[in-house]
Ligand binder design. Structure first.
Ligand code: NDP
Length: 281
């Protein structure tokens, strides 16, 4: 049976350390501040934003949520971001995605000051990751790497297969794993014979968005399987991995819920604390 990569427990440990850092900043007169902008009333986004607010509360971060109507114009949204860029009390700015269709996401994200871009989606931060320079790393990939390292999964020289090539998960985790000296095939919907790739993987990251897509026959015995997927099936949240069957083959596996999702919020908090520390320390 696979060892569980317990994101919930790892995040709880990390939150204790982050609390100490938030307290240390407060002792220096700096209250850490995160502003989340939510445009519209997407129910999943509302849940994510609420969870971010709870994590802020737990750490003593001043978490502010600005809710804008779905029909907000791009100009107004950008004007708000630029105002927040200038506010000293705001260390991190997060625009909850997805945005309503009439708004251009990459254009909006480009207006967040790179230092305050705690989601790590600004083109400057993405570019830094891709060119091996220090910058803000996107929360989900950062959390995945933290989870693999904390679980003692060997990385250097290993084959790490990533399925999914989105800008927010697939590409950045591929880059992080490459930086750890893994060999990294990056698979997607046009990949031919996906299972031939996944069966070679020492580390398999599934970021597809299809429930129980990865089956036991696609997994190399002993592999570390990271399930990024969040899919709602019959009112239940399930991942991209058939957990019950894959658990019997893999060496390590992350559950859904209680895996990558927990790490993601924790890394958002870490990016926010780091943004505040850059100003003060
Ligand atoms: P996207 O929809 O942007 O990307 C999905 C990727 O999967 C695409 O690259 C697509 O390929 C690929 N894909 C689709 N079908 C197949 C297939 N049959 N074979 C191989 N590849 C396929 O999703 P995201 O990256 O945004 O998210 C992925 C999942 O992770 C979702 O379930 C999402 O909810 C979850 N998620 C979880 C987070 C967390 O904190 N735990 C954070 C962010 C996302 P192509 O590019 O060719 O279309």
């Amino acid at each position: 049976m696979a060892k569980i990569m317990d994101g919930k427990a790892l995040a709880a440990e990390q939150m204790i350390q982050l609390k100490t850092r938030v307290d240390a900043l407060r002792d220096k007169g700096k209250t850490v501040g995160l502003t989340v902008i939510l445009v519209g009333d997407n129910p999943a986004s509302q849940v994510y934003v609420r969870n971010k607010g709870k994590a802020c509360q737990e750490l003593g971060i001043l978490g502010d949520t600005i809710v804008l109507p779905a029909e907000t114009s791009q100009e107004d949204l950008i004007a708000l971001i630029e105002k927040l860029n200038r506010e000293k009390a705001v260390d991190g700015i997060l625009v909850q995605l997805p945005l309503p269709r009439h708004l251009n996401e990459s254009e909006v994200l480009r207006h967040i000051a790179p230092d305050k871009d705690v989601d790590g989606f600004h083109i400057e931060n993405a570019g830094k990751l891709f060119t091996g320079q220090p910058g803000v790393v996107a929360c989900t990939p950062k959390g995945i790497l933290h989870m693999l390292k904390a679980s003692g999964v060997p990385l250097s020289g290993k084959e790490a297969v990533v399925i999914g090539r989105s800008n927010i998960v697939g590409k950045p985790i591929a880059m992080l794993l490459l930086n750890e000296n893994c060999t990294v095939p990056l698979c997607h919907s046009r990949t031919q014979d996906l299972a031939a790739h996944t069966r070679r993987a020492d580390i398999l990251v599934a970021a597809v968005g299809k429930p129980r897509f990865i089956t036991a026959d696609m997994v190399k015995p002993g592999a570390a399987v990271v399930d990024v997927g969040i899919n709602r099936v019959d009112g239940k949240v399930v991942g991209d991995v058939d957990f019950e069957q894959v658990e019997k083959v893999a060496g390590y596996i992350s559950p859904v819920p209680g895996g990558v999702g927990k790490m993601t919020i924790c890394m958002l908090m870490e990016n926010t604390v780091e943004a505040a520390e850059r100003k003060v320390l």
